[in-house]
Design a protein around this ligand. Structure first.
Ligand code: HPA
Length: 277
């Protein structure tokens, strides 16, 4: 089925389950999914019930779309996402953004767990992504362009909204949190990087490394959605510290910063809602 038609069908199914009509979509990454549990008046839809919706296989990814309210702000929150390393195509990875758009969502907040490359970051730091380097060797817009979504060659110069980053920084300050800013390098995974690869990423200007987010951002920008992306530095990247990396460490750090992360999301949402064009 054409992506547009499939996204439309999925959006219709989701909207039938709720009276809410959110303008903001959220993607909650590894260990960060519990924010969706706090949403009120919520409809919770397992991905398995949404036609064509890819299902996450990663540990720490629940696999539910939750439409609910954070305070007064209606949001559509994805508890878990899929990754290229699971064997999904870039089109499948980006499909939820297509569904969001067909639901009437105009802005997305993407969150992820990332390795810290920049020596100023510490484990547990929250970082606003200012730009990305796509090293996944693919792109969700490969193939015929569907003009109903956007243009063939979409601009990526301001992929990560400066206005949204300012709002997040402002709210972070109000909450007494230090929010960093940095460039996210996306790798295919699922193996973590070698120290030599991390050195290469540092030299080419990356502050963070991860295995997600960029396909979603590219598809979101294709449709002119506004993007705010926040990384949680769950570990320092390979070779930065003299110790091996583990998925358990990634999950544990996510768990540790969960409450400040959720407080930031709660504070940012009403301001984004007002700023949505
Ligand atoms: N590398 C890639 N992806 C990651 C990392 C990392 O160090 N930590 C969390 N996701």
């Amino acid at each position: 089925m054409a992506i547009f038609t499939a996204a439309e069908a999925a959006a219709q199914l989701i909207l039938k389950r709720t009276q809410l009509r959110p303008h903001i979509g959220l993607v909650l990454g590894s260990g960060l999914g519990s924010f969706a549990d706090s949403l009120t008046d919520a409809a919770r839809i397992p991905y398995a019930e949404i036609p064509e919706f890819p299902r996450s296989t990663a540990i720490g990814h629940t696999g539910k779309m939750v439409i609910g309210k954070s305070g007064d702000v209606p949001v559509a929150a994805m508890q878990g996402r899929v990754h290229l390393y699971e064997g999904y195509s870039p089109h499948q990875v980006a499909f939820p953004m297509r569904v969001f758009a067909r639901m009437g969502i105009r802005s997305v907040i993407l969150t992820n767990a990332a390795g810290g490359i920049n020596g100023n970051f510490q484990q547990g730091a929250l970082v606003l992504i200012s730009d990305h380097i796509n090293l996944q060797g693919t792109n969700p817009l490969v193939g015929p362009n569907d003009d109903r979504f956007g243009v063939r060659f979409p601009d990526m110069t301001r992929a990560y909204s400066r206005e949204y980053r300012e709002i997040a920084r402002d709210e972070g300050r109000r909450l007494g949190m230090t929010l960093h800013e940095g460039v996210y390098a996306a790798m295919l995974g699922p193996s973590y990087e070698t120290p030599a690869e991390i050195n290469f990423l540092r030299i080419i200007g990356a502050d963070l490394v991860g295995m997600s987010t960029v396909n979603e951002v590219i598809a979101a920008r294709h449709m002119k959605m506004n993007v705010l992306a926040i990384s949680c530095v769950t570990n320092m990247a390979a070779g930065i510290l003299d110790q091996p990396l583990s998925h358990q460490e990634v999950m544990e750090t996510g768990e540790r910063v969960k409450s400040s992360f959720e407080a930031l999301l709660r504070a940012v949402l009403p301001r984004l809602e007002r700023a949505v064009p």
